[in-house]
Design a protein around this ligand. Sequence first.
Ligand code: ADP
Ligand code: MG
Length: 682
Amino acid sequence: MQACLPKDVFKSIKNTIQTGGKLDVSIAGIVAAAMKDWAISKGALYYAHVFYPMTNITAEKHDGFISVQSDGSAITEFSAKVLVQGEPDGSSFPSGGIRSTFEARGYTAWDVTSPAYVMETDNGSTLCIPTVFISWTGEALDKKTPLLRSNAAMSKAATRLLKLLGNTDVATVNSSCGAEQEYFLVDAHFAHSRPDILLTGRTLFGRPAAKGQQFDDHYFGAIPERVQVFMQDVEERMYRLGIPAKTRHNEVAPGQFEIAPFFEAANVASDHQQMTMTILKNTAKKHGFICLLHEKPFAGINGSGKHVNWSVGNATQGNLLDPGDNPHTNLQFLLFCGAVIRGVHKYGPLLRAVVATASNDHRLGANEAPPAIISVYLGVQLEDVFDQIKRGDVKSSAYAGVMSLGILTLPEFPKDPGDRNRTSPFAFTGNRFEFRAVGANQSVSGPLVAMNTILTDSLIWMSDHLEAELAKGTALQDAAFTVLKEVMDNHSAVVFGGNGYSEAWHKMAVERGLLNLPTTADALPVLKEKYIEELFERTGVLSAAELESRFDVYAEQYIGVIEMEAKLVINLAKTVIYPAAFRYLSELAASISNLKQIGIEFEQDSAETVAALTKRMMDTVSKLDNAIGNHDFATVEEHMQHCAKTLRPLMDKVREYADAIEGNVADDLWPLPKYREMLFIK
Ligand code: ADP
Ligand code: MG
C-alpha cells in the first residue's frame, strides 16, 4: 500500500485501519486506481468482492476489469464505486427470512480493515476485496458485519474501563485471533470411492482398523514426506497471500495434521482462516489427497477442532490479558480476566450455541474434545489469585519456581505458573484464552463475535460498578477488588480446573447450575432466549431480526445435514452393503452345500451371523426410512429434536450392523475402502 499510494492517502487509510475511525470515501478513487494497477501487474484480469454468508463458506463474484467503449475499443476500468460497493445477486444465500426472493437485493461493501489480495490459480489471478454482505435494508447477512460491530463495541467498553483505571492515553482496542486448524488427509483414490466422504465429508460406515491411535505414535511423529511436501506447498501459498503460517505437526489420530498461523487482528485472522481452509482443500487435490475439515471424519479416533486463541489489546496498554509476573497486583489484567469469567458464566450457553453444528456434535463431549458444558480453566496460579479475591484477602501470586533437571549441561528453566488442561472448553493459556470447542469446519467469526460481545457486556458492567464505587470516595485499588469480589461471588461456579471429561464433572456442573447442551438441537434455541437477544441489541452487534435470522439459517442447516446424511445411509446400506453381504452369503451357501455333497460337513455359523446382521440392518433401514418421511412438526425446534433423538440414533444403529457385517465379509467382496487403507498415509 505504501509503495502504491500517495502519502496522504496511505496515511488516511492506515489511520482508519488502526483507529477504527470513519473511512474517508473521497480517497476511494485513488485507492481503486492503485489497486487495479497493482493487480494487473500481478497478472489479474478480474476482481472479486469476497464475502462470508451465513453458510460458513467464502463467496465471491468475479468481474473483469475490461470495459468495452462505444467505438469498440476496450480499456481496463475499476472505479471508486465498484471498489466501495457491489451488488451480487445474492438471492440464493440464506437470509433466515430477512429477505424474500422477490426483494433479493444484497450489497457487498468494502472492508478497508482487511487487506485486498491477489489470488493465483494455474490459469490466472484475481484481485480479491474482502467485503461485508448486507440486505438492501442494511441488515447483516454475513459473518463479517457482526464481527466488525462486536470489535468496535468491545473497543469502546474497554477504553472506558482503561480510562477509569487512570490511563490518559488509550489507543483503540482490538481483538486478536490465532486459530489452530486440524485436518485429515486421505489419498484421493480411496476418497473418490467413498460416496459418504465425497458428499458429507465423513465416513457414514467403516469398521475401525486394528491399529488406531492407541500407541500415540502419530502425535508429533515424523511427518510423512508426501505430507510434508503438501504442507510446504500450502505454506508457500499462504505466504504469497500474506497469511503468516507458523506451526505444523502431526495430530493425535492417524492421518490427522495441524496448521497454525501467527495471530492477527480478529477480523483479518478470520478472513485468513477462511482462505486457509480453501488453500488446504485445493492444494490437497494437487497432491493426490482429499483434505477433510469435517469434525469427525472417522469413528473411533479423534476428530478435528479449531482452537480459537483470543485476546484483546492495543498499542498503548499492550495485551490486556497479560498477567505479568505478579497477577495479584495487576488490576488491569484482573479486571479484564474477571470480565471474561463473568461473561463466560453469564453467557456460557451462547458460547455453546455458536459452536453448534451437526458435524461438531460428533466431537463435543466424546472424550476427545471438550464437553458440551462451558467452563473456564485458569491454571493453578490464577485460580489461586481469584480464590483470594473471593475470600476478600489478596496477598500473593504463587510461584512455580525453576525446574532443575539435575543435569548440569542442560539449561534451568522457569516452571509455567499453570499447566495445560486439554479437557477444558475455554482455557487461559498464559496471555490469551483458547476456545477449544470450535469445530474444524467452522468459520471462526461466530465464536469471535460471541467472545467480543460477552466481554463488552462485562466491561460495561464493570465500569458502571467501578464508577459507583469511586463515586463513594473509595480508592481505586479497593474499588477494583470490591467489583472483582462481586464477580467471583456470583460467577466463580464457571471456573473449573479438573478433568472435564469425567462423569464426576458432569454431575458437579449440574449442581453448579451450568448447562449441559449435548446436541445442536439443544444448543441453538439459546439464540432465541430473551437475555441473548438483549445482549446483542444492547451492544449493537445484532438486531433482534438479525439474530433470529441466524437461528433460522443454522437450524435449517442442521436439519438439512442430518436428513441428507440419513438419506445417504439408507442408499449405501441398500445399494452397497446389502449386495456385498448377499454375495458373500451366496458364496458361503454354495460352498457349504457343495462340501456337503462330497461328505464334508462345514460350520454354518458365519453364514448365520452375516444373515442375521444383514436382516437387522435392513429392518433398521426401514425404520430410518419411515422416520425421515415424518414432516409433521409444529416448530423447527421440534424438527431439530427429531433429527437429534430419532434420526441420528437410527443412523448409528444401521452403521453398527453394517460395520459388524464388514468384519465378517470376505475382504475382496467389500466395495468401500476400509479404515486401514485410508488412514495410514506413507
Ligand atoms: P498450542 O498448540 O500450544 O496451543 P500453537 O502454537 O499451535 O499452540 O497455537 C497457538 C496459537 O495462539 C497461535 O496461532 C498463536 O499465534 C496464537 N496466539 C499466541 N498469542 C496470542 C495472543 N496474545 N492472542 C491471540 N492469539 C495468540
Ligand atoms: Mg492450542
